[in-house]
Design a protein around this ligand. Structure first.
Ligand SMILES: [Zn+2]
Ligand SMILES: [Zn+2]
Length: 156
């Protein structure tokens, strides 16, 4: 399974150029090597590391994420100026998740729509009132009291 290194997440206040440079240096690769691995022009990468590029197109994002072994979400977060925690969706599998425990990381970070363990569609909200799950420590929706675990059955 893919494990996430917390050092690879964007740090608070880090800029896109600083972030890319930091990851590249910690991976001990040159700009040329990174550009080649990411399938982008060396010149584009140079501009990016000098802070001349605030936004990445889809192809660049995908390439850089693969070359630096980071989730695309990290790049999206830093481009949009939001902390990673704000883009991590708190998704859970209504079948496998035990309320009150930390979820499987495969549910939350990636663009997963279905549970890898049982194939159930992942949920991020209370089925009754639609409020997003705010903490995996909660067993019930704080807004309406609906149990998250039983949230597959709609209450009327
Ligand atoms: Zn499941
Ligand atoms: Zn609710």
């Amino acid at each position: 399974m893919y494990t996430l290194d917390p050092d690879k997440a964007p740090q608070p206040g880090e800029t896109l150029d600083g972030y890319i440079r930091r990851l590249r240096i910690s991976a001990s690769i040159s700009q040329q090597q990174l550009a080649t691995a990411a399938g982008i022009h060396l010149q584009s990468l140079g501009k990016l590391e000098r802070g001349k590029t605030g936004r990445l197109n889809q192809k660049t994002q995908t390439g850089l994420a693969a070359a630096l072994s980071i989730p695309i979400e990290y790049l999206e977060a830093i481009c949009s100026g939001k902390p990673v925690s704000s883009i991590e969706t708190r998704k859970f599998c209504p079948q496998c998740w035990t309320p009150g425990t930390e979820p499987e990381s495969v549910w939350t970070l990636y663009r997963a729509k279905y549970c890898l363990l049982c194939g159930t569609q992942l949920r991020a909200n209370c089925t009754f009132c639609g409020e997003p799950l705010t903490s995996f420590k909660h067993k019930f929706c704080p807004h309406c009291g609906t149990a998250y675990k039983a949230a597959t059955q709609k209450r009327k």
